[in-house]
Write a protein that binds this ligand. Structure first.
Ligand SMILES: [Zn+2]
Length: 145
């Protein structure tokens, strides 16, 4: 088991997806740009002892709020809805109905999805019709079900 496998497993169990990582990177870039452009104002503020104290309090509260919000954001699980016998997130990835972790073997064209945790296999059925993952995703996207 490589370090990459361990990281993938951690991200799956923690419910961290690509969208969350992209949002966090975007927030870091915005924060850096804001710091860069506010530097002259910060320098002016630092020359006044009272403003220096106010700035310190503002910085500490912004940092604390950001850290707390980031932890909540990372730990938040995606909202899941039941359709065709499995759970789905907003990006239309299938999840196990018992463990609520992403199902694997979910390459396009695959008919059987497997939970990497409880080893249960799932098939996507619409009535008597057996659906591939792509067909199921299209049905949900087109609101056919
Ligand atoms: Zn499971």
């Amino acid at each position: 088991m490589s370090l990459l496998d361990v990281l993938k497993w951690f991200f799956e169990v923690a419910g961290i997806n690509k969208r969350k990582i992209v949002v966090l990177i975007a927030l870091l870039i915005i924060l850096n740009v804001a710091l860069y452009y506010s530097y002259p104002l910060v320098r002016l503020t630092l020359s006044n002892p009272i403003l220096r104290k106010v700035l310190a309090h503002v910085l500490v509260s912004v940092l604390a709020t950001t850290a707390f919000g980031s932890v909540l954001f990372i730990l938040s699980k995606p909202m899941l809805k039941v359709k065709l016998g499995v759970y789905w997130d907003s990006m239309l990835n299938p999840y196990c109905t018992k463990c609520k972790i992403p199902l694997s073997g979910s390459q396009s064209g695959s008919n059987v999805l497997r939970c990497p945790n409880c080893k249960e296999d799932f098939t996507l059925r619409f009535g008597a019709q057996l659906l591939s993952l792509d067909e199921a995703v299209n049905k949900i996207r087109n609101k056919d079900i």
